[in-house]
Structures are given as C-alpha cells and as structure tokens.
Design a protein around this ligand. Structure first.
Ligand code: NAD
Length: 482
C-alpha cells in the first residue's frame, strides 16, 4: 500500500491541513492506498504554482515540449502493467479492461505531442477589405490559454485524465488536475511519468480530494482560463453556473440509443450490444443503454442477445478470465438494482440477469421498456440494457432523439439510405453504423450534443479548445512602384 501526497510546484507535499484518506477497492473493501485530501487552500497553492509553471512552459519551444512529452509517453508504456494493477484495484474494473486502458496512455501523449507541434495559423487576405491596400499583412497565431483545470470522473481513471492533461501540456498550458475521489492513484501514477520525464516544476499539479469545496475553488478562480470537465450532467451544470468568463469543455452524461432495424444482421448487432451495454459494468458515458428494435424482429433479437449476455464472466476484477468487474461502489450497485426493480414494477420484463452481490450486478436485459420511462430516459450507468420496440426508421429516430442527451448512437442496418438518414437526423456527437457507440479511436473528435455537453475532446480538437487565436496586423506604409 502506498501513501501519496499532492503534486504542487514540482514537489510532493501534504495538504495544508494535513488531512488524508484511504482509497479502497470497491470489490472487497481492501485498502489500496492513501492520499492527501486537498481543500480550497491547496487549490490556491496549486493555481499559484501553475501560473509560475506556465511562465516557463509558454516560453519553451514546441520541439522541447515534444521531447519531454514523448519521454513521458515512453514511461507510461513501461509502467502500463503497474498502472493497470492500480486501476483495477481502486476502480473495480477487470484487469483485462484496465490493461487495455492503461496501454492507451502513451499513445494519447504521443498523439497530443504531435498535435502540439502543429499549431499553424492562417494568413489573412486583408487587401480584400474595401479601402485596404497591400501595405498591411495579417495572420493568426495560436497561443496556450494559460492555466487549465482538469476535472475527471472515476470510470476511466487513465483515459479521461490523459485526454485532458496531454493536449493541455502539448499546447503549452499549465494544468491543475483534480481526479475523481474514488480513483486518484492512477492519476498520480500518470503524473509521475511527466515529472520523471523532466516536465518543469509547476507545469502539472495534482490535487486529490472531493468535488464540492475543492472543485468549486478551482472552478471559480479567475486566474484559471479553461475548465476541462468530464463527469455527470448535474455537476457540469453546476460548474457552468459558477465558472464565470473562462473557456469551458463539458463531457457529460448520456442515455445512449442503439437502433436495430429489420434489415440488420442480428448476430452482428447482438454481439456488439453484448459488449457495448456491459463493458466497464455499463459505467461508460457511451454505453449502449436504450436498444430500439424494429417491432418485427424483437423476439429474434432477444433470443440472439440473451445467451451472449449470460456468457459474460463477471466477478473478481483481478482474477484472470473475468471480463467485467464490480461497479464503483455498493451504493451505485444498489441504485442500479432499484432502477431495474422500478422498471419491472411499471411493466417491463427482466429477461436475464440483475442479481446483485455487493458491488457486482449480473448483466441484465430488460425488455418491453416504455421508452419514455425513467429507465430509458435517465442515464443508468450500470450493466443493463433497456429494449423497446419501434414501428419503423422514423419512429426509431424519434425515440433515439427523445432524451435530454446526445453523446453517441449506434445503428444496425444493411441499407445505405437508412444509414444516411439516421446519420443526418440522430442528435448525437458521434454516430456509428453497424457498431454500438461504445467504440473510440483516441484521435477522433469526441463530445456530446444537448445535455451531454459542450466542446470536443480528441487531441486535435482539445488543443483547439485549449488555445487562443491571436490576430496580428502589420501596418506598413503605402509604397509606389517605380
Ligand atoms: P461526477 O460528476 O460525480 O464527478 C466528476 C468529477 O467532478 C469528480 O472528480 C468529482 O470529484 C468532481 N466534482 C464533483 N462536484 C464538483 C464541484 N462542485 N466542482 C467541481 N468538481 C466537482 O461524475 P462521476 O460519477 O465521477 O462520473 C460519472 C459521470 O461521468 C456519468 O454521468 C458519465 O456519463 C460521465 N462521463 C462522461 C464522459 C463523456 O465523455 N461525456 C466520459 C466519462 C464519464
């Protein structure tokens, strides 16, 4: 078991008030490590340190930033197994999932480092402006915004930290990272890769602790120029209400729809849904939650899906062979069980799964779900799918668009016209044809519509949102050609 401090100004330090807390396994309650609990006084110190770090980093040439980041990426690769073990213990996700996630960290840093070396501007055709001659030159340059506050959720403790920290640093910003309270250890292990790679002091600071007082202090501070937040829509709305005038990226919740039309390959659709609805115990913003199936094929669809869901091996996250581990806490598992029960009480049918043992829930299929009931409309964030019937494509798209959210969607069809119509009409940040929304290449633009958020991640998009465009005009004097 390791004890961890806060990373502030390049040093590992205690919280001002000396407070500490244990990080425990959601699977069996074992203590995995302990961390300092930061409060607003620590937020103040971290932001001050980040301003000093920014002073150095903004003046560091891009090729030097690139070299430091690629060294950090190599360290993240070397330490991937160690990080996967930590992640599986603190989060409860299976080791196989944790390995997949940890293995992407180095790649995200490298992608970001490259994009950070590509900050091209535009030249402006000023002489097209009436009355302006050829004596002026105009162009744009891209500059880092300054101090970025990165706030991340528990469900992907490495991936979602890296999608903020790596682009921010690559663009020349300084960062104060506040990881989720339940999963600080993976974030601290990643931060160590940057420190060991030679990142100047203060450029990356990490404060561990709860959301409310610490989070509010970070979000309200007027010296912070950008908040990059991933988490629930509830907290995202709160952040938007107190942030003041600063750039804001919000990656929020969802109730992801998957449409299965009567011309779809049912075997392929059910194989994909048996992954997309249950990976990470369904605790994924792009989880396949609402399965909207053409009414003609509902029975065939359920017959094909059920054995695939029953075959998912759930259990001890660290045991080899476990596909899906525990949920993040007993309380979250209780919440999901209560949601399934409420759906069944109001007329839905539990086809399989749903048994709870502590923080583990057996993967469930709930059929005949009223698409306007809370079980479909609200984010479930657990290992169950809600199956509802649709009369035709138009009806299916209407149902897909019927929630407050719009992050990812999947459509299964073998008809190109149906695909094109769905792509154009589904209100969501990402649409997949013949796969569920639970798929991500780290380079792609990624972010939601409606209550699912504001802005896009993916290194190129994130860097665009973490830089300012400065327009420069050089005023020469008119000349005559002799
Ligand atoms: P959460 O909103 O409870 O917490 C997210 C982070 O916000 C944590 O670090 C938390 O400590 C912090 N926080 C809480 N109150 C705060 C405050 N007042 N000020 C500042 N920070 C505060 O979310 P969670 O339970 O950790 O994660 C699950 C949620 O995240 C789900 O809704 C899921 O859909 C969403 N999510 C979205 C995406 C996406 O890309 N859209 C990705 C992953 C998770």
């Amino acid at each position: 078991m390791e004890s961890h401090k806060l990373l502030i100004g390049g040093a590992w330090v205690d919280a001002v008030n000396g407070e500490r807390e244990d990080v425990t396994s959601p699977f069996n309650g074992d203590i995995v490590g302990d961390v300092a609990v930061a409060r607003p006084a620590d937020a103040e110190r971290a932001i001050t340190a980040a301003l000093s770090g920014f002073d150095v980093w903004r003046r560091t040439p891009a090729h030097v930033r690139f070299a430091i980041l690629t060294k950090a990426a190599a360290l993240a690769d070397e330490r991937a197994e160690e990080m996967a073990q930590i992640m599986s213990r603190e989060n409860g996700k299976s080791l196989v999932e944790a390995r997949g996630e940890a293995g992407r960290s180095g790649d995200i840093i490298r992608l970001s480092a490259f994009e950070g070396s590509q900050l091209y501007g535009d030249s402006l055709p000023l002489d097209a402006n009436k009355g302006t001659g050829l004596e002026k030159l105009g162009f744009t340059i891209h500059q880092p915004v300054g101090v970025v506050v990165a706030i991340s959720p528990f469900n992907y403790p490495a991936l979602l930290v890296m999608h903020k920290v790596a682009p921010a640093l690559a663009a020349g910003n300084a960062v104060v990272l506040k990881p989720a309270r339940a999963t600080p250890l993976t974030a601290l292990a990643l931060a160590k890769c940057f420190v060991d790679a030679g990142l100047p002091d203060g450029v990356l600071n990490v404060v561990t602790g709860g959301g409310s007082d610490l989070g509010d202090a970070l979000v309200r501070d007027t010296r912070v120029r950008k908040i990059s937040f991933t988490g629930s829509t509830r907290v995202g709305e709160h952040i938007a209400s107190i942030a003041g005038i600063k750039k804001l990226s919000l990656e929020l919740g969802a109730s992801g729809p998957v449409i299965v039309l009567d011309d779809a390959d049912i075997d392929a659709a059910t194989t994909s849904i048996a992954l997309g609805g249950y990976i990470n115990a369904g605790q994924v913003c792009i989880s396949a939650q609402r399965i909207i199936v053409h009414e003609k094929i509902v029975d065939d669809f359920l017959s094909a899906l059920t054995p695939k869901v029953q075959a998912i091996r759930v259990g001890d996250p660290l045991a080899e062979g476990t596909a899906v581990g525990s949920m993040i806490s007993r309380a979250e598992a209780d919440r999901v069980t209560a949601s399934i029960r409420a759906a069944v009480t109001s007329g839905a049918r539990l086809v399989t799964g749903g048994e709870q043992d502590g923080s583990i829930i057996q993967p469930a299929i709930v059929a005949d779900v009223d698409p306007f009931s809370p079980f479909a409309q609200d984010e479930l964030f657990g290992p169950a799918v809600a199956v509802s019937a649709a009369r035709n494509l138009e009806h299916a798209i209407d149902l897909a668009n019927s929630t407050a959210y719009g992050l990812g969607a999947g459509v299964f069809t073998n008809n190109m016209s149906n695909s094109i119509r769905a792509i154009r009409e589904i209100e969501s940040g990402v649409v997949h044809i013949n796969w569920t929304q639970l798929w991500r290449a780290d380079l792609m633009p990624y972010g939601g519509f409606k209550a699912s958020g504001i802005g896009k991640e993916g290194p190129r998009s994130a860097i665009a949102e973490m830089t300012e465009i400065k327009t420069v005009i050089l005023h020469g004097t008119p000349w005559t050609h002799s």
